[in-house]
Design a protein around this ligand. Sequence first.
Ligand SMILES: *Cc1c(COP(=O)(O)O)cnc(C)c1O
Length: 380
Amino acid sequence: MKLSPSCQNHPTPFYYYDLGLLKETLRTLLRESGKYGYQVHYAIKANANPRLLKLISHEGLGADCVSGNEISRALECGFPANRIVYAGVGKSDEEIELALREDIFCFNCESLPEILIIQELAQRLGKKARIALRINPNVDAHTHHYITTGIEENKFGIYLYDLEHVLSEIKNLSQIELIGLHFHIGSQITDMTVFRGLCLRANEILQKLKEQGIVLPHINFGGGLGIDYQQPEQNPIADFKSYFATFSQFFEPAPHQQVHFELGRSVIAQCGHLVAKVLYVKEGKKRKFAILDAGMNDLLRPALYQAFHKIENISSDKPQEKYDVVGPICESADCFGKDVHLNQTQRGDKVVIHSCGAYGETMASRYNLRNVPDSCYSEE
Ligand SMILES: *Cc1c(COP(=O)(O)O)cnc(C)c1O
């Protein structure tokens, strides 16, 4: 990989964003979702960098937010309020009030106690709240257990056995307008049979509701489409075609039912890279360490999820050797990869960690009082 000239001398560590690839990804996404009339909201938590958000809102996507600050950021970056959806198991009163004042499109609600508070706050503000029920469909995403969100043991969504009770309670709430159902079963899912399972479960649930005379205008399938972390350069764009085709084939919407998605990782992951410099090469008896000036505070995914990222030395063309690529932070988890094949590496070489656009910069912290990483952009 090559950095664009504008970023070649940028001080490390920094996130490098390929805006051309982001645009191409968005075009592919819109082409494939457009075939079926689906609406796509970008999940802001994957990357909330304003420059990227402006580009994404400009292409016409909606926004999926999980905090009040994300709603404010989405509005600042050009997402219209009527294209904003808001999820989260623990929405605070202040966050709910902000969303009500801004008249966002829809609250994705995760429990009856939350809905009762929205009712109360909406009444006080003289507002109506459109809501969708986030259903925990009990579909296993077969992904890392930290990013599986749709099985019964975890905190997300309304459990299927509770649905009837919640529906009957909502009927009496004057400020609540139930407009849809919402699902989000996990992340980094590349097996389309998982999404087929979600479609079939959704069909069953909608059929049951229909028997009770309930037909809702909106169905939101959340996000979760995975990307190729192993071969990012061969597969820079996620398989949007198979993803949307799966829903088109297996989900049976009612007439005029609008289908929505909330994609994060698949939109933004491949266009971001973390660029770092090698500070030291340290040789042990059995291992060689390449010690970078970037650490787990800059990119948490390997430490948090044992995530794999492709790593490349872009300064050297010498034969490859094996290194453990680590950061400077006082934690053993501060390791980006073990037994990584890198071109023979020396102090000062630049190393690129691929596929970092999603859940990279947004998770950065100031641990060890380090600076949060800067960013640099390819020319568009
Ligand atoms: C995180 C999240 C998403 C986005 O998930 P990706 O795997 O990044 O596509 C969508 N919806 C909700 C409710 C989320 O929490």
